[in-house]
Design a protein around this ligand. Structure first.
Ligand code: IPD
Ligand code: CA
Ligand code: CA
Length: 262
């Protein structure tokens, strides 16, 4: 486990916000079967979790800036440090009572990602990484899967939802290309967890387009610190800005990129 002061601050904030989310998730499980559904309730849970993270991190590290999904950018007096936060990644899962969602917190220092945390409060799974200190799942050190044979690789992806129908044709082409060569494909519904699962060697590769910085910032640190590789599908490293991302070990990532480029 990483016992740095920074990681203590991050885990304390995530555990506190996570307690609220877990309680609210219990309530959602009752609401999913009601006619009105849990939509508004989930929006409130999401905002509440973000407010807790903002408050806790501001208290422990005064002056740091923020980039958050709900509240957006909050400039800090300290221009070098910025938290990148998704208080609830996997909203659709949460809304449907599926226990696959997470709090995602990353710290960017002087433009570089130096720490990442992905926490699923439903299962109490904590994934953390800090530059030079490795990636960890609870108390276990993480390593990406060593598998090199793509035909044995389990590949995660993101599927553009109904509101992004214009992206469906390209996704179908990409899926067809990957299906023809990989063992199988998974769509789990929380990009931060997809990347944590790459770090943990559960998935061998992953790709998605159209993501936001808060979906991937923490996961990128996890993958890198677990010995894996992350890049844009097109090959650059502006994943936070472009939202295009693929990850894996050296071999699976190269193969996946080749397949996606057609
Ligand atoms: C979403 C999840 C999902 C991805 C979407 C994201 P949200 O985040 O990460 O896996 O496919 O593109 O928007 O909305 O649940 O925070
Ligand atoms: Ca998200
Ligand atoms: Ca979110």
């Amino acid at each position: 486990m990483i016992r740095s002061a920074l990681m203590n601050v991050m885990t304390a904030a995530a555990l506190k916000a996570g307690r609220g989310l877990k309680r609210d998730f219990g309530e959602v499980e009752n609401l999913v079967v009601s006619l009105k559904g849990p939509g508004d309730f989930v929006t409130a849970a999401d905002k509440k979790a973000e407010a807790v993270l903002f408050e806790e991190l501001s208290k422990s590290r005064p002056g740091y800036g923020f980039l958050m999904e709900e509240a957006g950018i909050v400039e800090g007096a300290d221009k070098a440090n910025r938290w990148i936060i998704d208080p609830l990644d996997g909203t659709t899962n949460f809304l449907h009572g599926l226990p696959l969602f997470a709090i995602s917190i990353a710290l960017e220092r002087d433009g570089a990602l130096i720490a990442g945390l992905v926490y699923n409060p439903a299962t109490d799974d904590m994934y953390v990484a800090e530059r030079g200190q490795g990636a960890w799942h609870n108390n276990r050190r993480l390593r990406v899967a060593p598998r090199r044979d793509f035909s044995e690789s389990l590949v995660g992806c993101g599927i553009p939802h109904l509101g992004r129908a214009e992206e469906h044709p390209r996704f179908k082409t990409e899926l067809a290309a990957v299906m023809a060569h990989a063992l199988n494909v998974r769509r789990l519904g929380a990009a931060s967890l997809d990347l944590a699962f790459i770090a943990a060697g559960r998935l061998d590769a992953f790709w998605e387009r159209g993501l936001k910085a808060w979906d991937v910032a923490a996961g990128i640190v996890l993958v890198r610190e677990a010995g894996g590789y992350v890049s844009e599908i097109e090959g650059g490293d502006a994943m936070l800005a472009s939202g295009s991302i693929c990850a894996g070990n050296e071999a699976t990532l190269q193969r996946l990129m080749m397949l996606l480029r057609g």
